[in-house]
Design a protein around this ligand. Structure first.
Ligand SMILES: [Zn+2]
Length: 352
């Protein structure tokens, strides 16, 4: 059996909604075509055996994209907070575009709100889309928007991207550096964590600084999750997780989704497509050693970032799975890494 049927992938993070928001603003119909240069679209999703994924609402601006595309480890990038009104406008558009994709897909894509929805997607070959906010920049201090977006389908949220918000501080891109880069959660940030627990919105710790991480660990009553981060011991970007953080995630029975962006993989944190798959395997092995096989998943981060040349887009999961097989990962381990671990964490986190 091919890896596509045997190991359907739930991917913890993709940025494909960026294609349909300024500055690109491509047509929704292009999601159903295999266009050159795209990392996520329905044909590639089918080829790669991606069964479901977290679709991020990431509000880009020029400065942020410039950093992602021209990352220089010798430069410290400190980004200012976004304007709330602009963030809410951009976010509403991106959420609407996910629903437009669902409608245009004629049943091929479904925005999932419950574990039963997700399990049905895996069973029926429908692509499950989890609505995720990468940074709570569209959420107001009264959390009114949180209630509204939850009713619309929001089921996962990072408290910050690598920018400050009224809730917390994200890690700057700085190398080498620890994730301990500033203060912890604000009072309203702590309220946000409690509200997410109450509603059943998964909290994503990727991009959060270390003091914020420990605040969430103290307050939250569900497994700790970093949807798209790697091991800090192997690549010392503040975006990656220290051994102490990994121990806390293990203790909570959480999960880390392995990120395939080259700068989060390489010892030198460089954007370099000439990065061998062995570099990914090193992170995978390290995370499995520290977290256990039940707490590692995939959070590839496809969308608009530099990847190893052998893993260029979502059609590449079978290449990764085959490399893991060759490295000795057995059938049970591969089922866990590709989808079972994500399912377990969501069962423990979502309310239904
Ligand atoms: Zn990210």
């Amino acid at each position: 059996m091919s890896t596509i049927n045997q190991y359907p992938v739930i991917d913890g993070h993709n940025d494909s909604l960026m294609y349909f928001s300024p500055p690109t603003n491509a047509l929704i119909s292009s999601f159903f075509e295999r266009l050159d240069g795209r990392q996520v679209d329905l044909p590639r999703i089918r080829e790669g055996g991606m069964a479901a994924g977290f679709f991020a609402v990431f509000i880009s601006e020029e400065e942020a994209m410039n950093m992602v595309h021209n990352f220089d480890p010798n430069v410290e990038y400190v980004l200012p907070a976004l304007n709330f009104d602009a963030a809410q406008k951009a976010s509403t558009q991106m959420v609407a575009n996910l629903f437009r994709i669902e409608t245009a897909s004629n049943g091929q894509v479904k925005v999932v709100r419950t574990v039963a929805d997700l399990e049905a997607c895996l069973r029926d070959g429908v692509i499950g889309a989890v609505l995720h906010f990468e940074g709570a920049e569209q959420i107001d201090a009264h959390l009114d928007a949180l209630e509204v977006y939850y009713q619309a389908g929001l089921r996962s949220m990072g408290i910050v991207w690598s920018r400050p918000t009224i809730f917390a501080h994200g890690v700057p891109f700085k190398f080498p550096h620890s994730p301990d880069t500033g203060p912890g959660l604000t009072d309203v940030g702590k309220e946000l964590v409690r509200a997410c627990n109450r509603l059943g919105i998964m909290i994503d710790l990727s991009h959060l600084n270390e003091k914020g991480f420990w605040d969430v660990a103290k307050i939250s009553d569900v497994p700790l999750v970093a949807t798209h981060s790697n091991a800090h011991a192997l690549c010392q970007l503040p975006r990656n997780l220290t051994d102490k953080q990994l121990a806390a995630i293990k203790e909570s029975d959480g999960i880390v989704g392995v990120n395939l962006v080259t700068m989060l993989l390489r010892e030198d944190a460089r954007d370099d497509s000439d990065t061998p798959i062995e570099t990914v395997l090193r992170h995978m092995d390290y995370l499995v050693n520290h977290l256990g096989i039940d707490r590692v998943g995939i959070g590839a981060d496809y969308g608009d970032a530099p990847f190893p040349k052998d893993l260029p887009d979502v059609s590449s999961y079978p290449v990764l799975i085959t490399a893991l097989q060759k490295a000795g990962y057995d059938d049970e381990s591969l089922r866990k890494i590709t989808h079972e671990n994500w399912l377990r964490v969501l069962r423990k986190t979502w309310k239904s």
